[in-house]
Design a protein. Structure first.
Length: 404
């Protein structure tokens, strides 16, 4: 009875605000419409589930949805928008500061396996045909996801001015699209590393099918164990797993691996709040619990500082936040169209996790909660080597610079 009383008081406060297109349907047939035409319905099947609504944030509401304690109906992008609005109205602008995680080799390997080794067939339901799991690059409003991902690969390799024969390293190579393109279309000697067995096997299969074994390889390897020297290094969507405390080690490793006249590009998600670890309305807690264990996002200012202290001079910084909002929305729409197949592959709970996660990422990037930066750098001890042209014009040439 106390839960029901507190719930009804909350509903009374929300009703006064207006404009929330939400219907709350209770187990006993009672119904609360918070706008004349609700687009989202949350069904609460038992009194105990009311506890999720007393101090709702995105972690609490997400947990209720994922664990099946509530049922939600409506367009997935509307669902997340309503959840964010509900959390903000009840909880205000309250955020959360997360404790920094312990990033050991074993713990990082487990986190990568949890996220990526679901099933290649699962990821194929919403990724492009090349299985690129990072922000696309949209040159026009009409670009498809497939076009945006190929353009992103070329945008990275173009920024790096990759030439035939260059020793190219991709740290956290995913399913191998970037190393394959570097070898096949740019003539590089390409090496990729991953901690995901599923990604490793898929990438090696693609390399064999294309006959690229003589100039492209992928290994199961922690970045901390890498050795050798490379002319060009890329890291795409990987440093989010490194941990804030390990950023000096991570960028220091890149500096050690980079040839004296080499270039390195880090492509990664950052928080938009200068206080690293601050995430809005419990969204970070939900991601840490269900999606990316131990993931941590720095602010771009911390990224630039850590790179400088590691001996890397930053030459170019580009924000692709709006591109990632479009990419995530495309993923979310594809996942929604294949939701039943996703549940058949990974189970209903995992499908619900990804359903709300992808829609939430689209919302978060569009709202400016997170950003995506490509940062191009070279070794600070080679600042006068003339590695790059004087302007950015070369980055946007099609095709890229001719072989040297």
């Amino acid at each position: 009875m106390l839960l029901e009383y507190r719930f009804e008081r909350m509903i009374g406060r929300l009703a006064g605000g207006g404009g929330l297109p939400l219907r709350l349907q209770l187990w006993n047939g009672r119904r609360f419409d918070l706008s004349p035409q609700p687009t989202v319905t949350i069904s609460i099947p038992r009194p105990s589930a009311l506890r999720y609504f007393l101090r709702p944030d995105l972690n609490t509401l997400g947990k209720a949805f994922v664990e099946g304690d509530i049922q939600v109906d409506g367009p997935i992008h509307d669902v997340f928008r309503v959840a964010e609005n509900l959390a903000r109205r009840v909880a205000g602008s309250r955020g959360h500061r997360r404790l920094l995680g312990r990033h050991t080799r074993q713990r990082d390997r487990h986190a990568i396996e949890y996220h990526y080794d679901v099933s290649n067939a699962f990821y194929a339901l919403f990724l492009d045909r090349n299985m690129v799991y990072s922000c696309g690059y949209y040159r026009s409003e009409a670009d498809t996801l497939e076009q945006a991902q190929v353009q992103k690969l070329d945008h990275i390799l173009g920024k790096l001015a990759l030439r035939p024969g260059d020793r190219f390293l991709d740290i956290g190579c995913g399913w191998g699209a970037l190393v394959i393109r570097a070898a096949q279309h740019y003539g590089a000697q390409a090496t990729g590393v991953t901690l995901s067995t599923n990604q490793l096997e898929y990438a090696r299969e693609q390399i064999r099918a294309l006959g690229l074994q003589d100039r492209c390889r992928v290994e199961l390897c922690d970045y901390r164990d890498l050795n050798g020297e490379f002319d060009r290094i890329a890291s795409v969507g990987m440093f989010e797993h490194v941990g804030l405390k390990n950023l000096p080690l991570y960028f220091g490793k890149i500096r050690t691996l980079l040839a004296g006249d080499g270039l390195a590009l880090n492509h990664g998600i950052t928080t938009s709040d200068t206080a690293a670890g601050w995430v809005p309305l419990g969204a970070g807690e939900f991601i840490d619990r269900y999606v990316f264990p131990d993931g941590e996002l720095p602010h771009i200012s911390q990224v630039l500082r850590e790179m400088a202290e590691a001996g890397l001079e930053v030459a170019d910084v580009e924000s692709l936040r709006r591109h990632y909002a479009r990419t995530c929305r495309a993923w979310a729409d594809r996942f929604e169209a294949n939701r039943e197949r996703a549940a058949g592959i990974a189970g209903g709970k995992r499908a619900r996790i990804w359903q709300i996660y992808l829609a939430g990422c689209a919302y978060g990037f569009a709202a400016g909660w997170m950003n995506l930066y490509q940062v191009l750098a070279f070794r600070s001890d080679n600042a006068d080597a003339g590695l790059m042209p004087l302007t950015r014009d070369y980055m946007y040439r099609t095709p890229p610079l001719p072989p040297r």
